[in-house]
Write a protein that binds this ligand. Structure first.
Ligand code: GAL
Length: 789
């Protein structure tokens, strides 16, 4: 027995990637599937090619066809945009990038002293249809691109002098699971897990808080311990509860005998005083340490983070968090981002969440599939409610397994408040669909009765008994013909949620429709017939609290679904931010409606050469009481600012400064200036962080702006910016949010789109200064320094 009780080691580095299929023949000889490598006596052609994935056979692999990659990795975003006239299925919906087949391979050591332990390889998410071999042994095939899986390699591993281990993963991403960009490859983290043979089961703890008051919280901890020795074990489980500062605040223990190859379930209950309640504004966390003893020998320690909070949905009044009315200010989001596709380093996920929080968003709907585990960890830590979504209405064994995986994996996260069972399924409102959703809901309640179930529906709300199958009836675009309001009157006991709304199509920095480029103006007047403006979507919640809240479609633009256009558009326009996280004007609308810190925003920009004397529509968003607008110092009048709305002025254009002053009472509370800029002069680089970890994973997000000689962003230009790097970092990707840009995301240059573009840099493993330079013809060089530690 070594002193390692449990090890969860990141397994993302040292992989090699091969684009395209490789011939694999499954073993028939000897009745074995997969095949080992000690097969010299077997004739070529008779034996399986899988043998060549062993390191000793690596000469057979064309080294030039393999490149080094660090996970998470999405090869789809490395490809070229292709308009093949729809020959490739769903190309438009998926962003005009081909996925295909790819292979990954990694050689690794396992030290001798781990022999006798349980060793697993864990994959958090591979898009999609992956087949995994280790040391020639076929371990399994996993179809879903959105659920994780694990393989026990204890017996087939090579320990110490036995030799090196080889894992080979074939990924076939040709099929789709959704109608948005889904990426391709091992796009979430991988782990090597080592435990004792007596250990807490995978996802083996379930922490709930059945009693919560300001004075005390009662915490129930159910722990499943597995005994994989070949003899019974006298097992003692000690459950310790720690606050986030590492102080023990409660403890419980009990013992039981667990027979060999069996599991034991321990139920502990601990009371703690004066609990710090979790909320998006104050995300207080605790953790449970489960200590597994065999007699008096410690065999395993397992940490479970949890939070203490209460949630309640009321049919007449909406959502309550910790007993207080709490309107849900949500956005729906897919996973992808500029420069990286769906392979987001953790800090990029944190970046997206920070941007959403700054806008006042308090809830995230993971559309339309289980979220990346780190996203949920970050939502717990940063404070963001989550609707965690099952991929589809599916009662086949694999469909039910997918749902169960979601539930067991995520049921300790305080951020998760709703299990969404499906989105816009065709069988909504049918008797067959009703049976199916009822089955999924019942399975869900049996695994976690503490959170309500939801169906995010877009039709059939009142048919076939479908809505009765779930706790919360979701209204996607419920505004159509006032469906939501009419249903509330007819079914006053129905709990309702604005599960999806808006889908308003706007392009960042664009104020006139352009059908050639495929751009939609920011005024948000081009709205698909099924949807409504962002303003309407939110005001409906304000006027109808029974809706509980709304999830705006979407927080960020994403590849695919270029509604209302097709090629040359390759990404959606629905976001309140673009694919890089640059805000559109709707972002400021939501900020004005969702936050209280006084702010004012003016649209459009004020660069309209040649338009002198023509009328420009000026809109202002603000949370102040009144707004006065000035053009070059001359007042254009003051107006009352209704909350959660916008003001309009018709302004005869003259270059200069347009200023909006927000007042509360007689006091100026905020102001915003839109100034006519001079010509582009320099590049300004603005990093989100100036210190990152030298771990080969951490990233800094760099906004690059084209500015005039006064440092003002020139909002109409598309200069191509070139980047170079000194120090221990790589350029991970670039982007600019232009839905019609076909420039590569993996590059050292990018055109600015309406004055801005983005660069993501990733640290290497050596600490030191990282200097990023940007140059462009005729512009002054810009330099930015980041320290890695
Ligand atoms: C919804 C759907 C989303 C997206 C959106 C576009 O119906 O749930 O995935 O397609 O429409 O408006």
């Amino acid at each position: 027995m070594t002193d390692i009780n449990r090890l969860k080691e990141n397994f993302d580095k040292g992989w090699k990637f091969h684009l395209g299929d490789l011939p694999i023949m499954h073993a028939v000889k000897g009745g074995m599937t997969g095949g080992l490598t000690d097969c010299e006596d077997i004739e070529d052609g008779e034996w399986l090619k899988i043998a060549y994935f062993d390191e000793r056979e690596s000469s057979q692999i064309d080294p030039a066809a393999w490149k080094e990659v660090v996970l998470p990795h999405d090869w789809c975003v490395e490809g070229d945009y292709l308009n093949d006239g729809g020959k490739v299925k769903h190309h438009k919906s998926h962003g005009y990038l081909a996925a295909g087949v790819g292979c990954y391979r990694k050689v690794f050591d396992i030290p001798q002293e781990l022999e006798g332990k349980k060793i697993s390889l864990e994959f958090d998410g591979v898009f999609r249809n992956s087949t995994v071999w280790v040391n020639g042994h076929l371990l399994g095939i996993h179809a879903s691109g959105y659920t994780g899986f694990t393989y026990d390699i204890s017996d087939i591993a090579r320990y110490g002098s036995e030799g090196k281990n080889v894992v080979f993963v074939k990924v076939d991403a040709r099929d789709y699971e959704g109608w948005w960009y889904e990426g391709a490859g091992i796009y979430r983290h991988t782990w090597l897990t080592v435990t004792d043979r007596l250990h807490v089961e995978r996802y083996g703890t379930y922490v709930t808080t059945p009693e919560v008051s300001e004075e005390q919280a009662g915490i129930a901890i159910v722990t499943t311990v597995r005994n994989e020795y070949d003899a019974a074990k006298a097992c003692r489980l000690v459950t310790k509860i720690y606050d986030i500062h590492g102080k023990i605040v409660g403890e419980s223990a009990s013992s039981m005998e667990i027979s060999f190859q069996q599991q034991g379930v321990f139920e502990h209950f601990v009371r703690i005083d004066k609990p710090a309640l979790w909320s998006p504004e104050s995300p207080s966390l605790y953790y449970v340490m489960s200590e597994v003893y065999d007699e008096d020998q410690l065999r395993d320690t397992y940490r479970t983070i949890f939070g203490i909070r209460t949630i309640e949905f009321k049919a007449d009044a909406g959502f309550f968090l910790n007993g207080k009315h709490y309107p849900i200010k949500g956005t729906c989001n897919h996973q992808d981002f500029a420069g990286v596709g769906v392979a987001l380093p953790d800090q990029l996920i944190a970046y997206k969440l920070r941007l959403l929080k700054e806008m006042g968003c308090n809830a995230y709907r993971s559309a339309h599939h289980p979220a990346t585990p780190e996203l949920l960890d970050l939502c717990d830590q940063m404070g963001m409610l989550v609707v965690d979504e099952n991929r589809k209405l599916d009662v086949s064994p694999s469909g039910i397994e997918e749902l169960k995986h979601l539930l067991y994996r995520d049921r300790n996260h305080p951020s998760v408040i709703i299990w969404s069972l499906e989105n816009e399924e065709i069988l909504e409102g049918t008797i067959m669909g009703a049976r199916m959703v009822k089955t999924l809901a019942s399975i869900t309640r049996s695994i976690d009765p503490t959170r309500p179930t939801l169906a995010a529906m877009n039709h059939g709300w009142n048919d076939g008994g479908y809505s009765d199958g779930v706790d919360i009836v979701g209204y996607n675009y419920g505004q159509r013909e006032d469906q939501d309001i009419r249903d509330h009157e007819k079914y006053p006991n129905r709990i309702m949620l604005g599960s999806e709304s808006a889908s308003c199509t706007v392009t960042r920095g664009i104020y006139e429709r352009d059908d050639i480029q495929g751009y939609c103006p920011e005024y948000g007047i081009h709205i698909p017939e099924w949807s409504c403006s962002v303003e309407k979507a939110w005001r409906d919640v304000v006027e109808n609290p029974f809706l509980s809240g709304v999830f705006i479609w979407t927080g960020f633009d994403y590849r695919g679904e270029p509604t209302p256009y097709e090629w040359p558009n390759i990404n959606s326009h629905f976001g309140v931010m673009d694919t890089c996280g640059f805000p559109k004007d709707n972002y400021y609308y939501l900020k004005s409606a969702w936050t209280d810190e006084p702010m004012v925003h003016i649209m459009p920009h004020w660069n309209w050469p040649g338009r002198e004397g023509q009328i420009i529509d000026v809109w202002v968003y603000s949370n102040c009481e009144r707004i006065e607008l000035f053009l070059n110092g001359k007042s254009l009048g003051e107006q009352e600012m209704p909350r959660a709305s916008h003001l309009e002025w018709k302004v005869s254009y003259e270059p200069g400064e347009l200023t909006a002053i927000g007042r509360n009472g007689s006091t100026e509370a905020a102001r915003k200036v839109a100034a006519t800029t001079d010509a582009p002069y320099a590049v300004k680089l603005v990093p989100d962080r100036t210190q990152i970890q030298a771990d080969g994973c951490d990233v800094a997000v760099m906004r690059a702006y084209v500015v005039d000689a006064h440092g003002r962003v020139v909002p109409t230009v598309d200069n191509e910016l070139h980047f170079s790097m000194e120090g221990n970092a790589n350029i991970l990707g670039v982007g600019n949010g232009n839905p019609s840009s076909h420039e590569p995301d993996k590059a050292n240059q990018r055109k600015a789109f309406n004055g801005s573009c983005l660069l993501i840099i990733q640290s290497l493993e050596e600490a030191g200064e990282i200097v990023i330079k940007s140059t462009s013809h005729g512009l002054i060089d810009s330099v930015c320094t980041i320290t890695s530690f």
